[in-house]
Design a protein around this ligand. Structure first.
Ligand SMILES: [Zn+2]
Length: 322
C-alpha cells in the first residue's frame, strides 16, 4: 500500500470516530479543539490520553504512546501493521449499524468468560484470528441500550432484526461474526437453535477479498471451519455458510480459472459429500480445477483441528485430494 492510499484510509476514518466507536469518551476539552480522556491502551485513573481531532493524532502522557488511527489499531487490538490496515478497511466497509453492533459485541467478548471458553472449545484462541474475523459475543439484554445511546432508534434496530418486536436482543448467548451485510450468530448453549442470521441475504463468500488473489482456494461450509484453517495458516480459505452456494457466491468462485479445494463435512448421512460432488461438477464445467478433500469419517475441518489435527496433516489431505 503506497503513501497516498494510506493517507486516504486515514482521512476516511477520523480517529475520533474510531475511538468513540470503541467506547472512548473524552473527559474534557482543551484548547484548539483537543480532547483528553482515560487511555484505552493502559490502566488509567486520571485522564492522560490526548486526542487532536484536527491532526487525527493521539498521545498518552501515561504510557507514552501516540500516533494515528493505524497505530492506535495496532496497539488496541495488538496486531501488526498489515492486520491493522485490513481491520480498518473491513471496519470501513461495514454498513454503519452493523459496524456499531459488531463493535458493541466485540467489547462484550472478553467480559464474558463463557464465550471465550466456548471459542476455545471450538479451537479458536489466537488474538489475530479474533481481530481478523471481528468475533464478538452477544450476552443478551444490553444491545438496545448500547445502541440507542449511540443514537439508533428502537424502530431501526427492530427493522434490522437486531431486536424483537418486544425489545429483546435477537442475538442472545451467541458468538457473533459480522458478514458483508449480515450477522451470523452461533448459540453457545445446546438448547437454542444453533445458527442465526439477520433477515435478508447472507451475502458473498466470506472474506473473499483476501482469498480471491490466491491461485488455489479452500472452500468450507462453516465459519468455525474457516476459523481453524485460517488460524493454522491457511489464509487462502473462504466459506459459503452452508453447502448451497447462492448465485453471487457461485459467480465469485468462477471469476477466474482457479483451483478449488472443496472441504465439506464428512457427515454420516452423506449430505455434505453429495453437495460437494454436485458443486464439483458445476465448477468443472466452468473450467475450474476442483479437488474434493476427504476428511476422516464423521469430521468437519473444525473437529479435525479441535481433535488434534495439525497444519501438516491437513496439508497432506489437500495433496491427496483428487
Ligand atoms: Zn496510555
Amino acid at each position: 500500500m503506497n503513501r497516498q492510499a494510506l493517507d486516504e484510509l486515514k482521512q476516511q476514518i477520523p480517529l475520533l470516530d474510531y475511538l468513540k466507536a470503541h467506547a472512548w469518551q473524552p473527559a474534557r476539552q482543551l484548547s484548539r479543539g483537543r480532547l483528553i480522556g482515560l487511555c484505552p491502551l493502559h490502566e488509567d485513573h486520571a485522564p492522560s490520553f490526548l486526542v487532536d481531532p484536527r491532526k487525527n493524532l493521539f498521545y498518552c502522557y501515561g504510557c507514552g504512546r501516540g500516533g494515528d488511527v493505524i497505530r492506535f489499531t495496532e496497539l488496541y487490538h495488538q496486531v501488526k501493521f498489515p492486520q491493522a490496515l485490513a481491520s480498518l478497511r473491513q471496519w470501513l466497509g461495514l454498513p454503519p449499524l452493523l459496524r456499531a453492533t459488531t463493535d458493541f459485541y466485540r467489547m462484550q467478548l472478553h467480559r464474558h468468560p463463557e464465550a471465550v471458553a466456548y471459542l476455545c472449545q471450538r479451537g479458536i484462541h489466537s488474538p489475530e484470528l479474533l481481530e481478523h474475523m471481528r468475533i464478538g459475543y452477544a450476552p443478551g439484554g444490553c444491545l438496545r441500550r448500547g445502541l440507542t445511546e449511540l443514537g439508533y432508534s428502537i424502530s431501526v434496530l427492530h427493522a434490522a432484526g437486531l431486536i424483537t418486536s418486544v425489545g429483546y436482543d435477537a442475538y442472545t448467548h451467541r458468538v457473533v461474526f459480522p458478514l458483508e451485510g449480515n450477522l451470523y450468530g452461533r448459540s453457545i448453549s445446546a438448547s437454542a437453535p444453533p445458527h442465526r442470521f439477520l433477515p435478508g441475504v447472507k451475502g458473498g463468500l466470506y472474506a473473499w477479498e483476501h482469498a480471491r488473489r490466491c491461485p488455489a482456494v479452500i472452500l468450507v461450509e462453516g465459519l468455525f471451519d474457516y476459523a481453524v484453517l485460517w488460524q493454522a495458516g491457511f489464509h487462502n480459505v473462504t466459506c459459503s455458510m452452508g453447502t448451497h452456494l447462492n448465485v453471487h457466491q457461485y459467480r465469485q468462485l468462477c471469476d477466474s480459472r482457479r483451483t478449488v479445494y472443496l472441504v465439506f463435512d464428512a457427515d454420516n448421512n452423506g449430505g455434505g459429500q453429495k453437495a460437494a460432488q454436485s458443486l464439483a461438477g458445476q465448477l468443472t464445467e466452468q473450467g475450474l480445477s476442483v479437488r474434493s478433500v476427504l476428511l476422516p469419517d464423521g469430521h468437519d475441518p473444525n473437529s479435525f483441528f479441535v481433535q488434534g489435527g495439525d497444519a501438516q496433516q491437513f496439508q497432506s489431505l489437500l495433496e491427496a485430494a483428487q
